[in-house]
Design a protein around this ligand. Structure first.
Ligand SMILES: [Zn+2]
Length: 153
């Protein structure tokens, strides 16, 4: 409860930072391989969190939405600009053509949609902290103890 109270004192950009850190940790917990090329067991700087649609072009509602976040290598996410076309193709294989296109449309149309970002972020932070601790309980094998400590505090 106190965690939630403290969050209300933070600026939106501070909340975004916390939220993005949580997203990255969750994505690294769930996925191990690059979503858009054959690279496997990504680690450190090479373990990036990609958006199906560029993060900057997503609105507050979708920027931190786990449905569009997948693990990508540095090459795909940074050097190759996110590999959007391959990303979409793989998303179609994963969740179905219609669903993947609907998700992309949702991401595209989220930009500029007026929402209360602060309230949305605070809710997501709570949800993602719970999810991450659940993931940590079940897969307690990777070496990001430091990251886990941060979340526990
Ligand atoms: Zn890659």
């Amino acid at each position: 409860m106190t965690k939630i109270e403290n969050l209300h004192k933070k600026s939106v950009s501070q909340l975004e930072k916390i939220l993005w850190e949580l997203c990255k940790q969750i994505v690294r917990k769930i996925y191990k391989d690059c979503y858009t090329c054959p690279q496997k067991n990504l680690e450190g700087m090479n373990a990036q969190s990609g958006h199906m649609h560029p993060k900057g072009a997503c609105g507050a509602l979708m920027k931190y939405d786990l449905r569009i976040l997948r693990l990508q290598c540095f090459q795909c996410n940074i050097n190759h600009g996110g590999m959007g076309a391959t990303y979409l193709e793989n998303m179609k294989l994963e969740i179905g053509d219609k669903q993947a296109l609907a998700l992309l449309l949702e991401a595209q149309s989220s930009k500029g949609k007026p929402i209360k970002a602060r309230d949305h972020y605070i809710k997501l932070i709570g949800d993602y902290r719970k999810l991450l601790s659940k993931l940590n309980e079940t897969t307690n094998t990777t070496g990001n103890a430091e990251a886990r400590g941060k979340v526990a505090n």
